[in-house]
Design a protein around this ligand. Structure first.
Ligand code: OKP
Ligand code: ZN
Length: 343
């Protein structure tokens, strides 16, 4: 299987996050990509190709609001103009009872265009974000040209990014952007299967009212787990989209037995929908050793995921999302791919 990535992901580094009352280095690190690339080489998964530059912003604008994209493009200039240069973090949001009103100052704009403090910028963030879109579009072209599967090793991840909100380490929604790209390039129907530990709230928001892109998410029950404000089983889509969103929340401690039951149901939903292509939001934070998550999948489970996806018989574009047990995510990511290939 071919992997696509951009070395420009490294420009997004040394970010911070709020974690249990402290400001700590973000878990979402450049080393995540290195561990995966090392494992790809070790196992001989296949060629690793550099992303071809695309008009990433134009592709993203098919699923994100242009004022949101303009804000991110302009963000570092606004920040420097305030005399700052360190990593950023939003800190005030329009919650219930306040107005949905766009401020002029960068401090307020950060909150207006985010849902949590996880949208942390450094100088190179926007370049890295666009490079992840280049990766996913390059991989999509391979599928369009006949590959059965491709792996877009995106960083930063994307599934929490909504129409006009960043958060959860995400800025542009890579999976949503590429699903829309497939629709714009000949696919009648696209399924997005999100198997990251966290609910893909951004992807859900983007396609909630649509019947041409199905969204299925397996994740930790958001009554007790991040991102808390979406991901319940009763969220099924709205209007024409009713019945085309499917959520499978699962309790802390879920291991293969429970997880695979939801996964099997998800795979059947995909077969019933009959998509031209499946986009898999591939998070590896379901792993028992993940430092921020509470599922119990083991190394040997990941090839089974890949093998079942192959049985659907549709082309699959894997898009990297989360996974933070850095020494293990390479083993688990490549395990999914080799399982898909039946080796
Ligand atoms: C991104 B992806 C810190 C809680 C905030 C944010 C998690 C973002 C996950 N104690 N954690 O879905 O893997
Ligand atoms: Zn996650």
């Amino acid at each position: 299987m071919k992997t696509v990535y951009s070395p420009r992901h490294r420009l997004h580094a040394d970010n911070q996050e709020l974690n249990a009352g402290a400001i700590l280095p973000a878990f979402e690190l450049p080393a995540r990509v290195d561990f995966i690339l090392d494992r790809i080489a070790e196992v001989g998964l296949g060629p690793v190709l550099e992303a071809v530059p695309h008009d990433a912003v134009a592709a993203a604008a098919r699923v994100h609001a242009t004022d949101y994209l303009d804000f991110m493009a302009d963000f570092w200039r606004l920040w420097l103009a305030e005399g700052r240069s360190g990593p950023t973090m939003p800190y005030v949001w329009p919650a219930r009872g306040q107005r949905d009103i766009r401020p002029d100052h960068v401090n307020g704009l950060m909150g207006y265009y985010s849902f949590d403090g996880g949208g942390s910028f450094v100088e190179g963030t926007w370049e890295a974000v666009k490079s992840a879109v280049d990766s996913v579009l390059t991989a999509a072209e391979m599928i369009k040209d006949g590959e059965k599967a491709a792996y877009a090793l995106c960083r930063p991840p994307g599934h929490h990014a909504g129409i006009s909100t960043m958060g959860g380490y995400c800025f542009i929604n890579n999976a949503a952007t590429v699903a829309q790209w497939f629709r714009d390039n000949g696919a009648a129907r696209v399924s997005i299967l999100d198997i990251d530990y966290h609910h893909g709230n951004g992807t859900q928001e983007i396609f909630f009212g649509r019947d041409d892109v199905e969204f299925i998410s397996l994740h930790a029950d958001t009554a007790v787990a991040y991102p808390f404000f979406s991901g319940r089983a009763d969220e099924i889509g709205i209007g024409e989209g009713e019945g085309f969103t499917h959520n499978f929340p699962m309790p802390f401690g879920t291991a293969w037995e429970g997880w695979s039951a939801s996964f099997e149901a998800a795979c059947r939903l995909i077969a019933d929908f009959g998509p031209d292509v499946v986009v898999v939001s591939l998070g590896l934070d379901t792993f028992e050793g993940d430092p921020i998550s509470r599922f119990k999948l083991r190394h040997e489970d990941y090839p089974k995921i890949g093998a079942r996806l192959a049985k659907i018989g549709k082309p699959v574009l894997f898009v990297q999302e989360g996974g933070y047990a850095v020494a293990d995510i390479g083993v688990n990511a490549v395990g999914v791919m080799t399982g898909f290939e039946g080796r």
